[in-house]
Each structure stands twice: as structure tokens, then as C-alpha cells.
Design a protein around this ligand. Structure first.
Ligand code: PLP
Length: 403
């Protein structure tokens, strides 16, 4: 066995199941019958019909092996989307050199570290805390050491890159950033991204920017900024050390299609393609064709945002009289600071109101003397509007019992 497997932590949902096992739902005071899960971050809105049509129309492609680097038309559609969405100059992205389709960002975030790290515990992979747990597992199995940077309320849940010591940057091989953040919803600003790119050029580490929530935001006039546009803006037009990860899972409600891409620094993309040829996760041809249609259309993405806005408004209206809650910068999570321990909050809420949320401490580790997930819960507003409203009403009732 690979001894590094021992280092992998149970996934947050395993811990959640164990926590709930001791508590019989809906048997508390109010004996709620219908369970509502706000715990899992799986999009639930309908997948776009034209993508499903494309899949049925092209099923015949199933008799072909896919190319690891994907068909040219897909890479072109992705480069055009990135250029439009992040206001890049036309000459920044070459679909032949800068783009690689992946089967969802999860496998890519994981396999990327395997291909870039030279198995050495001295090597650090930096990641936000709280975080998407794949980053940590990727670091362990790449033989590197995960190193957390806390994103805390006092800092609007944003990283402070200048607070990280020079020695840490010297050992850093990859830094994962997540913007918009899961679970915090915070968007890293253009200035902060530029500062991070400066640091990456000075100390020569890779920035792996997980931007899979970038298309769920609430002000049509100010979409979240991305790493590639910050890179062009500061004059790093070759995108050196910069790699972004995007996906159709949240943008287009297609989590089961496993369609995403990585883009950026051409040298890194070339090595990662070589790795992926052996890794063997090429996107099925029929999904490649359907993905082209999805990346080329923004109407369904705008519609998707309107559904989330309605849910956020309704839930915040209900909760704000009893707890400090506000609209995040982006994404579909509310990262709520709880008045009591997050595990107790989660367990009692489940027991009394039959609503499941995720304890924040299951998404974080103790670092620099604090665990930044403690006393927080993550609520995913993925269920339909009426269910989100019912859940918010029940959470409000539960919070009122705490006062
Ligand atoms: C922060 C973050 N990154 C990546 C992923 C993986 O998404 P996918 O593999 O569907 O693109 C998720 C899924 O929940 C996520 O929350």
C-alpha cells in the first residue's frame, strides 16, 4: 500500500453521517417529517435542454476513443469563452497551447499536483483553510506537505498573501486558490491576484486557481475577476505560472457530464498533457460536442443566476432578524458564523428541525493556533426556492431557541 493513503482524512460527509447517526431526525420538539439537505454542494437546477439534445443527437460518437487533448473545436470554444468572459486580448490564448479539457475540475485539481510535484516532503502545497478537501489529498498523494493559509471573518474570509513568510514561499511549489471560495463565497480581488502573481514570479511557484464557481454571482455588472485577466493586466502575458480550473458542473448544472478544462501557462499545460495521456481521463467525444454548445451559450447561465439570487434574497430576509448573515460575493453557499459550536448546531438543527447543514470545522484544519471553520456552518442553496425558504424558516426557529 502507498503509505500516504494513511494521511487522507475522512471526507466531510463521512464525518457528517457519523455525527447524525447518533441523532434521530425530526424527533425533536417539532417532529418535522420532510428532511431538507443544505449540506451537499450539488447543483439541482435543470440541465440545459439543448445540451441534453446534443448528447442524444451525437450518441453515435460512442464508438470512438477520445483524444486526451480534446477536439480542436472544443479547445477553440473554451478559448473564446475565456477571452469573452475575462476580457482577454485576442492574442493571449492559443487553443493549441493553452487549453486542456478535463473530466471535471475535481480530478484535474487532484491529478495536477501529481504531475507537477517531485515527491519531496520539503515541497509545500499551499491551500486555503477552510477548503475543498481534494487540495489536501492531492498534496499528500503527491508526496508534498499541505500548508494552510487561513481565511477568516476579520479578513472578509480572504487570504492575506503578504502575511505568508518568505521561507514558506521558497518551499511552495503550488498554491491552490479558490475564487469564488467554497465555502466562504469570497472573491479574491484583482489587486490581490496581481500581488500573488508577483510572488509566484519571484519565488517560482505555480498558482492553481479553482474558479469553478465563477459564473454564479449576483451583480450582472461585476462578475468575479479571474487569474488570467489579472495576469494579462500586470503584463504577464505569457501567463507564466498561472493555471485556471473551470467546469460546466455549477455554471451549466451539468455535474454528471464531468466536463471542465484547465488553461494557462503553455509549458505547464504541455507537461500536464503528457501526464494525462497516461492518467487516461479523456472526455468522451459526445460530452466534448455537448460542452462546445454549453460554453457557447450564456442565456442559460444568466437564467441560472436569477434562480440563485431569488433563493439568497429569500433566505437572507428570513434569517437576518436572528443572525448576522449577508450575501456572499458569489457562489451558492452561505457561510454562517454560528453562536454556538458548529457540530452541536448541526446536530441539534437536524434533531429538532430535520434540516442538514455542514459543520464548518469539517472543512478546515487547525492552523496558526486556530481552526477557522469552527463556529461556522455551510448551507448550500441548491434545493428549489420553496425548500430553501422552508429550511430557512426552520433554521430561524432553531436559532431563536438559542437566545
Ligand atoms: C471548490 C470546488 N472545486 C472543484 C469542485 C469539483 O467540481 P467538478 O469536478 O464537478 O468540476 C467542487 C465541487 O463541489 C468544488 O466545490
Amino acid at each position: 500500500m502507498n503509505p500516504d493513503l494513511q494521511k487522507l482524512q475522512p471526507y466531510p460527509f463521512e464525518k457528517l453521517n457519523a455525527l447524525k447517526a447518533g441523532s434521530q431526525s425530526g424527533t425533536g420538539q417539532s417532529a418535522r417529517e420532510d428532511h431538507i439537505a443544505l449540506s451537499i454542494g450539488e447543483p439541482k437546477h435543470a440541465a440545459p435542454g439543448f445540451v441534453l439534445d446534443s448528447i442524444t443527437r451525437n450518441l453515435g460518437q460512442i464508438n470512438r476513443y477520445p483524444l486526451t487533448r480534446g477536439i480542436t473545436e472544443l479547445r477553440e470554444a473554451i478559448a473564446n469563452w475565456l477571452t469573452r468572459r475575462f476580457n482577454l486580448s485576442d492574442n493571449i490564448l492559443d487553443p493549441e497551447r493553452h487549453i486542456l479539457p478535463v473530466t471535471g475540475t475535481r480530478e484535474a485539481l487532484f491529478s495536477f499536483a501529481q504531475s507537477m510535484i517531485d515527491h519531496n516532503e520539503e515541497a509545500l502545497i499551499l491551500m486555503p483553510n477552510p477548503f475543498y478537501q481534494i487540495y489536501e489529498g492531492a498534496a499528500f498523494l503527491a508526496g508534498a506537505t499541505p500548508c494552510f493559509y487561513n481565511t477568516i471573518k476579520e479578513n472578509n474570509y480572504l487570504p492575506d498573501f503578504d502575511a505568508i513568510e518568505a521561507d514558506t514561499w521558497r518551499r511552495c511549489r503550488i498554491i491552490y486558490i479558490c475564487t469564488p471560495g467554497n465555502p466562504t463565497g469570497s472573491v479574491i480581488s484583482r489587486q490581490q491576484l496581481i500581488r500573488l502573481i508577483e510572488l509566484s514570479l519571484e519565488y517560482d511557484f505555480i498558482i492553481a486557481s479553482d474558479e469553478c464557481y465563477s459564473e454564479i454571482y449576483f451583480d450582472e455588472g461585476s462578475p468575479p475577476v479571474g487569474l488570467l485577466e489579472a495576469s494579462e493586466e500586470m503584463g504577464n502575458t505569457t501567463l507564466k505560472n498561472c493555471i485556471v480550473f473551470h467546469s460546466l458542473s455549477k455554471r451549466s448544472n451539468l455535474p454528471g457530464m464531468r466536463s471542465g478544462f484547465v488553461a494557462g501557462d503553455e509549458e505547464i499545460i504541455r507537461s500536464y498533457l503528457q501526464y494525462r495521456t497516461y492518467h487516461g481521463c479523456a472526455m468522451p467525444p459526445v460530452h466534448q460536442t455537448a460542452s462546445i454548445e454549453a460554453w457557447n451559450d450564456e442565456t442559460h447561465v444568466r437564467h441560472n443566476r436569477t434562480l440563485y439570487i431569488k433563493k439568497f434574497k429569500a433566505v437572507i430576509d428570513i434569517l437576518s432578524p436572528v443572525i448576522d448573515v449577508s450575501l456572499p460575493d458569489a457562489g451558492f453557499y452561505i457561510w454562517l458564523n454560528t453562536p454556538i459550536d458548529d457540530e452541536i448546531f448541526t446536530k441539534d438543527l437536524f434533531f429538532q428541525q430535520n434540516v442538514t447543514v455542514l459543520p464548518g470545522s469539517y472543512l478546515s484544519r487547525k492552523s496558526d493556533g486556530i481552526n477557522p471553520g469552527e463556529n461556522h456552518i455551510r448551507m448550500a442553496l441548491v434545493a428549489p426556492l420553496d425548500e430553501c425558504i422552508t429550511a430557512a424558516d426552520r433554521i430561524k426557529q432553531y436559532i431563536q431557541t438559542l437566545n
